[in-house]
Design a protein around this ligand. Structure first.
Ligand SMILES: Cc1cc2nc3c(=O)[nH]c(=O)nc-3n(C[C@H](O)[C@H](O)[C@H](O)COP(=O)(O)OP(=O)(O)OC[C@H]3O[C@@H](n4cnc5c(N)ncnc54)[C@H](O)[C@@H]3O)c2cc1C
Length: 383
């Protein structure tokens, strides 16, 4: 008899498992999601008024150096090759992020920029990414000044908005990972593969779910109270019958009914605005570390090079996660939360044939490629 698996969550994590179990192992899969759409947080759709694709849960640019992940996704989508270029609005100028040699010349007078450039190349070599902590630790007063400038101007304001912490609560060792790029490379990522699915993320996920063994049920909220392990070691779930295993990609604390407490998240209020002009910004993403209450403004038509006389942008206003009010976006990675997560993880060990993965179940920020790599490795373990 074919094995039956119940997958909770139709984001990338759940979808990869559904696709692999159905097409490689010829197993039956029921994948459910509480939302009314597939694709989880990578869900995109066409804005009817501008006919431009937008990303409902914040802008997503695919980038990876993991060949296996690239090749796997390439089975389900063609790509629009796209190298991401991000600017930050600093001292009234749009400068490259990561801060590079070109940025130096944008914000400093020529004599100072030249001097800093020479010192950077002499000290670290060309084409090197240097964490600002390393700059701060040099004996050179000018390089120390540069480290402090980047910390203050690029990092501090953005991070305070993003995480809602006061400056004194910021751990400098974390912030100091922000690099200065001793290079003219102005790409945000240096990964081998960088692209946007040509017909969008939702279509890519749709293509992954086409196998006849996969059944999909949306607007279905999983509650483990409705799921029981029966005498045959199978999970019986409400109206859906028996399953040999359960794969859970929702929030780990919710799964255990918050018995040990709640894991906190940062959320975003994402505000979309349409414009009756062809372009609003000089590039897809502009960060505002020092100005306004939003962290970044994203002009979506750049992603797929969509042509329109109109444009649509999103502005992200960070805020605390509140259940029922907004979405869980970023796990807050500090010692206390990690400890609580580890306590929940211990509870998962007691469950037979229930597997936890994904950004919510692992309580970890994963880029899309890491999400997929993790799902592929869970599948390999199931094998
Ligand atoms: C603002 C933002 C921007 C990002 N930008 C990028 C980027 O540019 N590049 C990049 O590589 N990565 C980016 N990421 C990361 C990317 O979004 C994740 O890697 C990916 O979405 C994780 O997929 P997932 O399946 O683990 O989680 P999700 O996409 O969250 O899927 C989980 C699904 O489970 C469902 N669910 C949860 N609980 C239940 C329940 N009890 N019952 C039923 N259904 C349930 C949810 O509705 C959801 O659909 C970004 C993340 C954020 C927050």
């Amino acid at each position: 008899m074919q094995k039956r698996t119940l997958i909770i969550g139709c984001g990338l994590s759940g979808t990869v498992l559904a696709e692999r179990l159905a097409s490689v192992k010829d197993e039956e899969v029921l994948i459910i999601d509480k939302r009314e759409h597939i694709a989880g947080n990578v869900y995109d759709y066409e804005d009817k008024k501008t006919q431009i694709s937008v990303h409902k849960y914040g802008p997503h640019v695919f980038h990876t150096s993991i060949k296996e992940v690239w090749e796997y996704l390439s089975k389900f989508t063609k790509w629009h090759y796209f190298m991401y270029r991000v600017k930050a609005f600093i001292d009234g100028k749009e400068v490259n992020i990561p801060f590079n040699l070109d940025s130096l010349h944008k914000v400093f007078p020529k004599y100072l920029a030249n001097d800093l450039e020479q010192k950077l190349v002499r000290t670290f070599g060309f084409n090197k990414k240097v964490p600002i902590l390393e700059l701060k630790n040099t004996d050179d007063k000018d390089l120390q000044f540069l480290a402090e400038y980047i910390y203050q101007k690029v990092f501090l304001g953005y991070t305070m908005k993003q995480w809602g912490v006061k400056p004194e609560e910021l751990d400098f060792s974390v912030s100091a990972r922000v690099p200065v790029y001793v290079s003219l490379d102005d790409r945000y990522f240096q990964d081998t593969y960088q692209a946007i699915p040509l017909l969008g993320y939702t279509q890519m996920v749709q293509n992954m779910l086409t196998h006849q063994n996969i059944k999909l049920k949306l607007k279905t909220h999983f509650d483990f109270k409705d799921c029981k392990l029966n005498a045959n070691s199978k999970y019986e779930y409400k109206d859906f019958g028996e399953f040999d295993r359960v794969i859970y990609t929702g929030a780990i604390d919710e799964f255990f009914n918050y018995t040990l407490g709640r894991l906190p998240y940062r959320s975003l209020d994402i505000v979309f605005e349409r414009f009756d002009k062809e372009y609003v910004q000089s590039t897809a993403q502009i960060n505002y570390p020092e100005n306004y209450d939003f962290t970044r403004a994203v002009e979506y038509k750049y992603y797929l090079d969509e042509k329109s006389s109109k444009s649509i942008l999103s502005y992200e206003f960070p805020c605390a996660y509140e259940e029922g009010k907004n979405e869980r976006y970023y796990p807050i990675p500090d010692e206390k939360n990690q400890k609580l997560y580890e306590e929940y993880k211990k509870l998962t060990k007691e469950l037979k044939n229930v597997h936890f993965l994904g950004r919510l179940a692992d309580y970890k920020y994963y880029d899309m490629d890491k999400t997929i790599a993790r799902a592929l490795s869970v599948f390999a373990e199931l094998n």
